[in-house]
Design a protein around this ligand. Structure first.
Ligand code: GRF
Length: 264
């Protein structure tokens, strides 16, 4: 076994995925150890999980930054290397008809918050950053500073649906309301879009006729708790490679997409 990789985690809420990852790491199942936990939310219950396991944690209060920006944009400190035009050009978080004032406020507040995350994370060496119920979209400002080698991404996210179906904040609700007969969860590397990056792993569960939304959530979370440690183990083993694949489509068009190839 090669040496353990170091994993940082960002959370927003209860942190049951974080707990599953910590437990799998402590059981020696991943080849990884969790070295810090960060949150955008001072009230995140998952922070207590980190404390119980002796893992250092920090909070960057996104809500506070956004409130202060609304009151007085000049009162929020933007990073000196923040380039709004560059971020606007790179980000794929916004629809084509987005209101540019809203986009600017979003990118500025997130860059200010992300600068805080990066400053706190600088205290730790880490190989992989996992988003474990982190309910904030990350902008290119943050992503480029963590993915220093664009060919070798190292930010993973877990999403509560079988992507590319149902990106966004309510994967289980969307799955339920659509009348799906299978639901699932996905771990992927993040890119500049929302839940759009290369897929690493997926697990599925059956949806039965009487299932409620709560049933779907509870089935889904059980799969998430297995999937995330599995994907971290593959990363720790150096078995995940992002490759670019191009396919010919009917009508002479081509489709190019970055996908994850998993070494046997
Ligand atoms: C999970 O369903 C995860 O897929 C989604 O948010 C939820 C977080 O749950 N992104 P927890 O905080 O890990 O319990």
């Amino acid at each position: 076994m090669t040496s353990m990789i170091r994993v940082g985690a960002l959370i927003s809420g209860g942190g049951t995925n974080l707990q599953a990852v910590i437990d799998a790491c402590e059981a020696g199942e991943t080849g990884a150890q969790v070295v810090f936990v960060g949150s955008d939310n001072p009230a995140a219950k998952g922070l207590a999980r980190a404390e119980r396991h002796g893992i250092p944690s920090f909070v960057v209060d996104y809500g506070d930054i956004i409130r202060r920006y609304r009151q007085d944009p000049a009162g929020v400190h933007l990073p000196s290397d923040f380039d709004l035009a560059e971020m606007r050009a790179k980000s794929r978080l916004f629809p084509a008809d987005a209101d540019e004032a809203v986009v600017e406020a979003f990118l500025a507040t997130r860059a200010a918050a992300e600068n805080g995350l990066l400053a706190a994370m600088a205290a730790y060496k880490f190989d992989l950053l996992i988003l474990a119920g982190f309910m904030r979209n990350l902008t290119p400002y943050f992503i480029d500073r963590v993915n220093t080698d664009p060919e070798d991404p190292r930010i993973m996210n877990i999403h509560p649906a079988l992507l590319p179906a149902f990106p966004g904040t309510d994967g289980y609700g969307d799955t339920y309301r659509y009348g799906c007969k299978l639901g699932g969860c996905t771990v992927h590397f993040i890119d500049y879009g929302e839940d759009s990056g290369p897929i690493i792993g997926q697990r599925a569960y059956k949806i039965l006729p009487g299932d409620t939304l709560d049933d779907i959530k509870s089935k889904g979370l059980k799969e998430e708790w297995k999937l995330y440690p599995d994907c971290i183990r593959l990363f720790a083993q150096g078995r995940l490679k992002v490759v670019t694949r191009t396919h010919e489509l009917p009508g002479g068009k081509t489709m190019t997409r970055k996908v994850v190839a998993i070494d046997a």
